[in-house]
Design a protein around this ligand. Structure first.
Ligand code: SAM
Length: 341
C-alpha cells in the first residue's frame, strides 16, 4: 500500500502540479486511474497540503525507478527530511551499504545522515555522522509549509508532523498563541498561517534565526515574533532575552497574554509551568508534552499542572493523547488543558 492523494480525474493535473511543486509526487509508483478518480502517490503524506485527501492504495511500482530496497539484501529503514535521508545504524558496514543504496536509488536525496548520539543538552540537538553528501542544512515541507533548518544546530523531528497539525487545526484567527520552546517554528508558522498572532521563544540562537527565516518564507512574518532567550525571562517585565547579534532586546511583557501555550520540552516541561501560568490570560489552552512510563503516562503531567495552576485557574484536561512510543515502556504524550481563571 502506498500513500496517495485522491482527486477527481478532472482536477488531477492541477493537483499533480501542486504536489510536484512541493517535491511530493512519489515517482517510484504509477498514478492510478479508477472510475473517474485519480490516485497520485506521494512521498510524505504529512507534507501534503490539508486541502487534499490522502488515502492508502495498492498502486503498481514504476518499473524504471530503483529504490534502496532493490539494491540491498536487508529491508532498509530511513526517514526523509527535505533532501536529507536520516538513518539509525550502529553497524558501520550496514550504514555504508544503506547510504550507498539511498544515493544510488531514484530518491531525490542529496545527503545521508546517521544518528550519532541521542538528542541532548538544553538545545536538544544530536550529533550526526555524514554518510553521503555535504552539510546538514535542508528545507523540509510539512502540511504545506516550508522549514529551513540545520539538523546539526537545531532540534527538529519530522515524526511530530501529525501532532503539530492536530494542534494547529485548533487555532483560530486573532488568537494569541505562545510557543515557549519554538525551535525553527513548526508550531508558530502554521499558527500564524491560521491568522493567530504567534510568539516563539527559544534559547538556541540559531533556531530563532531559522524561525525568523521560516516566518518570512511562509509569508507570515507580520504575525510572528521570534525571541531568543530563556522563556523564563520573557515574563514579568524582564528584558533579558537577546537578539542574535548579542544586543539585548527590550522584550514586551507577555504576562497574562496567551490564549494558547505550547510546551514541547518533554523531559523538563514541569520546571516551566510557573512561567506558563504567568503567560496565560483569563482563559488559555495549554498543550503540555511529556515523556512518562506507560503505566500512567498522563497522570504526572496533570498533577504537575494542577499543583501550579490551581486555585488561580480552574484546570480541565480536554485531551489525553499518546503522540508516539518513545522507548520500551515509555510514551511521548500530550495533554490539552484548559485553564480558566
Ligand atoms: N517546538 C519545536 C519543535 O516541535 O520542533 C522544538 C522543540 S525542542 C524538543 C525544544 C526546544 O526548546 C529546543 O529548540 C531548545 O533549544 C528550546 N529550549 C530549551 N530550554 C529552553 C528555555 N529555557 N527557554 C526557551 N527555549 C528553550
Amino acid at each position: 500500500m502506498v500513500h496517495c492523494v485522491r482527486v477527481a480525474r478532472e482536477d488531477g493535473e492541477a493537483a499533480r502540479q501542486r504536489l510536484a511543486e512541493r517535491d511530493l509526487v512519489d515517482g517510484s509508483h504509477e498514478i492510478r486511474a479508477e472510475d473517474g478518480t485519480l490516485y497520485i502517490p506521494v512521498t510524505d503524506p504529512a507534507a501534503v497540503p490539508g486541502t487534499f485527501e490522502v488515502v492508502d492504495r495498492d498502486v503498481p511500482r514504476r518499473e524504471t525507478e530503483t529504490m534502496p530496497a532493490d539494491l540491498l539484501d536487508f529491508e532498509p529503514s530511513y526517514e526523509r527530511l527535505g533532501d536529507i535521508a536520516i538513518v539509525d545504524e550502529d553497524d558501520p558496514e550496514r550504514a555504508r551499504a544503506l547510504a550507498d543504496a539511498i544515493v544510488a536509488s531514484a530518491l531525490p536525496v542529496e545527503t545521508v545522515l546517521n544518528r550519532a548520539s541521542k538528542v541532548r543538552g538544553e538545545k536538544r540537538v544530536r550529533d550526526w555522522e555524514v554518510l553521503a553528501g555535504e552539510g546538514t542544512e535542508t528545507v523540509h515541507r510539512e502540511y504545506g509549509h516550508e522549514f529551513a533548518l540545520d539538523l546539526a544546530a537545531v532540534y527538529f523531528s519530522p515524526r511530530l508532523a501529525t501532532e503539530r497539525h492536530r494542534v494547529a487545526e485548533q487555532v483560530s484567527a486573532g488568537e494569541h498563541a505562545f510557543d515557549m520552546f519554538a525551535g525553527v517554528g513548526p508550531f508558530v508558522v502554521p499558527f500564524a498561517a491560521r491568522g493567530a498572532e504567534a510568539v516563539g521563544v527559544d534559547i538556541n540562537r540559531t533556531a530563532v534565526e531559522y524561525l525568523r527565516e521560516n516566518a518570512r518564507r511562509n509569508g507570515v512574518a507580520d504575525r510572528v515574533t521570534a525571541i531568543h532567550g530563556d522563556v523564563r525571562d520573557v515574563v514579568s517585565g524582564s528584558s533579558r532575552a537577546q537578539r542574535s547579534d548579542g544586543v539585548r532586546d527590550v522584550v514586551p511583557d507577555y504576562a497574562d497574554w496567551a490564549d494558547r501555550l505550547v510546551m514541547n520540552l518533554p523531559h523538563s516541561a514541569d520546571e516551566f509551568l510557573e512561567t506558563a501560568v504567568a503567560l496565560a490570560g483569563e482563559e488559555a489552552v495549554l498543550h503540555y508534552y511529556d515523556i512518562q512510563g506507560e503505566d500512567d503516562p498522563h497522570g504526572p503531567g496533570e498533577a504537575a499542572i494542577r499543583e501550579v495552576a490551581e486555585p488561580e485557574y480552574e484546570v480541565t484536561v480536554e485531551t489525553r493523547h499518546t503522540v508516539r512510543s518513545y522507548a520500551p515502556h515509555e510514551l511521548n504524550v500530550v495533554l490539552d488543558v484548559r485553564l480558566s481563571r
